[in-house]
Ligand binder design. Structure first.
Ligand SMILES: C[S@@+](CC[C@H](N)C(=O)[O-])C[C@H]1O[C@@H](n2cnc3c(N)ncnc32)[C@H](O)[C@@H]1O
Length: 213
């Protein structure tokens, strides 16, 4: 699945950004979309934040407004180059989310936006386990991604979006229970909220303080 627009949107950042800004209108615009997973988290300048699958820094730019210790991780060298240019306040690491080249217990918050739909369920399971490893006990994973809409009026728009830009894994995410996946990885889901008529899910999951993974 997906059309020629998918590689184009990865090649041209302006196209990717225009598409995600348009999609974000369903929740009140890009700033609001980028802040949805951050609501309820305490992020101070000292909070160590990992922006997992940071892309070209689309959310990293908002994270550095709150923390002076933001690290972006992505596998794509081109995206990381752009992120470095767009948001030089953060530090960047190239690596697989499934096997992060990062120390155990080294982050207070792991954030990931619009990326988990690119993973198979098995990959996501590995990534959630890795997120648990790099989070300090008591630290929180915050994520935002697609969800099956409960408002039927939103179905055609989402289906068109997925058909144009996404692959099979995005459709698989709609059939997945992410909260259960997080719990299976040893994280405790503390919040699960839907936005945009149910087309977006935002989850927070905490690494238990008493049982290191
Ligand atoms: C759709 S973009 C999301 C970018 C950004 N977080 C946002 O909110 O717009 C997904 C990003 O995940 C990265 N990615 C995909 N699979 C990955 C993996 N297994 N490990 C690390 N990065 C990955 C891609 O390179 C891409 O930059």
């Amino acid at each position: 699945m997906a059309t020629f627009l998918r590689p184009l949107s990865y090649r041209y950042q302006w196209l990717y950004d225009a598409i995600s800004r348009t999609a974000a209108l369903t929740v009140g615009g890009e700033r609001r979309f980028r802040h949805l997973p951050l609501q309820g988290l305490t992020i101070t300048p000292e909070t160590r934040v990992l922006d997992l699958c940071c892309g070209s820094g689309q959310t990293t730019r908002f994270l550095v407004e709150q923390s002076e210790q933001v690290t972006g991780l992505d596998i794509s060298p081109r995206s990381l180059e752009r992120a470095q240019e767009n948001v030089p306040q953060a530090t960047y690491v190239q690596g697989w989310a499934e096997e992060m080249p990062l120390a155990d217990n080294s982050f207070d918050v792991v954030h990931t936006s619009a990326a988990m739909h690119e993973m198979t369920p098995a990959q996501r399971q590995q990534i959630f386990q890795e997120a648990g490893r790099v989070l300090r006990p008591g630290g929180t994973l915050a994520m935002v991604d697609f969800h099956r809409p409960h408002n039927p009026l939103l179905w055609p728009g989402l289906a068109l979006f997925l058909w144009l830009f996404e692959t099979e894994t995005a459709w698989q995410l709609l059939d997945s229970d992410v909260a259960t996946e997080l719990e299976k990885a040893g994280l405790q889901v503390t919040s699960f909220q839907l936005y945009g008529g149910g087309s977006l899910q935002v989850l927070h999951a905490t690494k238990p303080a008493s049982a290191p993974l």
